[in-house]
Design a binder for this molecule. Structure first.
Ligand code: APR
Length: 275
């Protein structure tokens, strides 16, 4: 970003980061927007297209699968296709670079696995990850999926939709890599939906990291979902400085009104030198 485009607060954020030793980076859907994954609450976002009470919790998903399988199929295509072809963007990569200069803990609400793919080594997925499938009975790992596995499921669901042949039975058969019944009972994606307990031990580790950091950098989150959204507040209450990166204003000591992929590389480079 040329200096004339740098938002107000940028220099202050650089100075704070330069002096930091332990940073919690708290991310939401906005950091993956530039990787092509839709956010939830931006205009036209996921919860605008699909009511959260039906698609944001297991009971609602199950009801929709039984009563309106074609609607669930549409949701699955909208969710799986972007995740299947997503790659880390400049923001994910800049956060991974930060590990060379400070102790960084990424606490992410996202389930897309892009922070790890960008090279971040300490990532706490407090809402789980779509690339893992677990047994419902004990949340033990059943399988790790690749993005091409997601692409394959999405393509089969799209074929059913295009053929107009959507029934609960057909849908269940094509989503088997993600969801189904096996040797140890039902299995499902390792994600936290509304009403679920947070992922453990990730959540306890995130609370500990937030209590001990000296800077919390929140990126691309509306801060509307709890308890996840308590992380920056907890850090601030323990004396950390809160830098918030988001085109939309939110809480925080320093707000950088910019897109993550644009401002984070400039911020890290200015604070610690060329990436
Ligand atoms: N760079 C930075 N921020 C962005 C960008 C971008 N390129 N694009 C959008 N944003 C911001 C939006 O302005 C908004 O503030 O990202 C935020 C996205 O907010 P939400 O859609 O509410 O996503 P998030 O905060 O992650 O939601 C939290 O809600 O439904 C649950 O489980 C779901 O983990 C999710 C949780």
């Amino acid at each position: 970003m040329t200096s004339r485009l740098l938002p107000p607060g940028f220099e202050k954020a650089v100075a704070i980061l330069r002096q930091s030793s332990s940073v919690v980076v708290f991310t939401g859907a906005g950091i993956s927007a530039e990787s092509g994954i839709p956010t939830f609450r931006d205009g036209g976002g996921l919860w605008d297209q699909f009511p959260v009470e039906e698609f944001g919790q297991w009971a609602g998903l199950w009801q929709t699968a039984l009563r309106r399988p074609e609607e669930l199929a549409r949701y699955l295509v909208v969710r799986l296709e972007p995740m299947a072809c997503a790659r880390p963007n400049a923001a994910h990569r800049a956060i991974a670079e930060m590990e060379k200069f400070a102790q960084v803990t990424v606490v992410t609400q996202n389930i897309d696995g892009l922070h790890q793919e960008a090279g971040s080594r300490r990532v706490l997925e407090i809402h789980g990850c779509l690339l893992r499938v677990v047994w419902v009975i004990d949340r033990k790992l059943k399988t790790e999926l690749t993005r091409s596995d997601l692409a394959e499921v999405a393509a089969k669901v799209r074929q059913l939709l295009d053929a107009g042949r959507i029934s609960f039975r057909h849908l269940l058969s094509v989503v088997r890599p993600l969801f189904g019944f096996g040797l140890r009972g039902w299995y499902r994606p390792d994600v936290v939906l509304f009403g679920d307990a947070m992922a453990e031990p990730e959540w306890s580790q995130a609370v500990r990291a937030a209590s001990q950091c000296d800077v919390v950098l929140s990126v691309g989150t509306s801060g509307q979902v709890f308890p996840a959204a308590t992380i920056p507040w907890l850090a601030k209450s323990r004396g950390a400085t809160w830098i918030h990166v988001d085109p939309k204003e939110s809480a925080g000591d320093i707000w950088l009104p910019a897109r993550a992929g644009e401002i984070l590389p400039a911020l890290i480079e200015e604070a610690w030198g060329r990436l």
